[in-house]
Ligand binder design. Structure first.
Ligand code: ATP
Length: 356
């Protein structure tokens, strides 16, 4: 196919590094003589025909900026046939030959729908949770974790002065990666994530022993997805229980969206640049319905449906029939990738416990 114009969009939750991806797409396309248009506000803009022309100059100096210059939105109508028809009209009217869609699993569902309707589409991860099982790395993850480190280091200073415990809740609805890795990096005395059973009593005993040795400040990291028996955020109740059991004044801190902003780190700018460039190459090579991933430091691709189904397998959310379209070797590969991720998290958690 003779490619003349690529559309790029960002969708779902924003992530630092999305601008660096957009820049890479615009630059790589331009080097091949292909124009890029920006689709504003994700699939909403695609349905509304909210399209802007891009030249390489338009992406000067965006590599260092957080957020997304294309903005983002949740666009539920895109899941319906009426939304798809509007999107296809925009694509025809603007003569868009292929799309790079940057976001998380919802964004990839939209991307695979577009591919099924004959629009070449490549998905690219931009999500701070690092919760796409097919890839070792999602753009935005490193910057978000560094933002957590900065906040917790500050909280630690004041906790040390006042002899307090802080329980810090960080983003990660379905994934404990941020809590786990920042927990290790901030010297937390407890880490609570969905993926590994949490021994609260053992943590209380660690705090008491440590207090007995003269330690004044304590950090506990909790992933937002962890809930107590009543469905309430686990960290809030945990804070009260730590204070009651240890006598240490304890405070709950929800970092929430503050960790989603800010200039992307080197890791994110690099991943965004390499993945953005790869996405354009794939489209120009006639590929579609793929997600660009990183595995063992190399760029690889998986079919979007493979990546989405692998996620379901990893999260134990498979429904009857979900695996019907896959070969025996695909299913085997999914099982292997899901188990590798589980093992990686268990190993990291055990190392964290050793160091507490
Ligand atoms: P994050 O997990 O970081 O929030 P995400 O891409 O998963 O990112 P969602 O809000 O789930 O975020 O999805 C983004 C957009 O993708 C939705 O607003 C919608 O337009 C589109 N989308 C989501 N699910 C589907 C689906 N099943 N079919 C078609 N499009 C979808």
């Amino acid at each position: 196919m003779d490619f003349k114009k690529i559309g790029v969009l960002t969708s779902g939750g924003d992530a630092p590094g999305m601008n660096a991806v957009i820049r890479a797409v615009v630059r790589a396309a331009s080097k091949s003589g292909v124009k890029t248009v920006g689709i504003m506000e994700g699939y909403q803009g695609l349905m509304d025909g909210n399209i802007v022309d891009f030249s390489t100059g338009d992406v000067s100096n965006v590599i260092a900026k957080g957020g997304t210059m294309l903005y983002t939105a949740r666009a539920n109508e895109f899941k319906e046939q009426s939304g798809m028809e509007k999107a296809l009209k925009t694509i025809r009217d603007n003569e868009i030959d292929g799309i790079v869609a940057i976001g998380g699993d919802g964004t990839f569902r939209g991307a695979t729908d577009l591919s099924r309707h004959g629009v070449p589409t490549i998905g690219l991860t931009g999500t701070i949770d690092n919760d796409i099982t097919a890839t070792d790395y999602c753009v935005g993850f490193d910057t978000a974790m560094n933002a957590v480190l900065d906040c917790v280091d500050r909280l630690r200073d004041t906790c040390e002065s006042h002899a307090r415990c802080i329980v810090v809740e960080v983003m990660g609805r379905d994934s404990g990666y941020i809590a786990l890795q920042t927990g290790i990096a901030t010297g937390a005395i407890g880490i609570v994530i969905k993926e590994v059973p949490f021994d609260e009593e053992a943590m209380i005993q660690r705090i008491l022993r440590s207090k007995g040795h003269g330690r004044r400040s304590f950090v506990v990291m909790v992933a937002e997805g962890v809930r107590d028996a009543d469905g309430r955020p686990y960290g809030e109740g945990l804070t009260r229980r730590i204070e009651a059991r240890t006598g240490i004044e304890s405070r709950f801190n929800r970092l929430a969206h503050v960790i989603r902003g800010g200039a992307p780190t080197l890791r994110d700018r690099l991943a965004a640049s390499m993945m953005g460039e790869a996405a354009v190459k794939l489209l120009l090579d006639g590929k579609s319905d793929l997600v660009v991933c990183e595995r063992d430091s190399s760029i690889v691709t998986y079919e979007i449906n493979f990546a989405l189904t692998l996620d379901k397998m990893y999260k134990n959310k498979l429904k009857p029939g979900d695996l019907d379209a896959f070969s025996h070797s695909d299913i085997r590969q999914m099982e292997m990738l899901a188990e590798m991720r589980r093992q990686e998290i268990r190993d990291m958690y055990n190392a964290a416990l050793t160091l507490m």
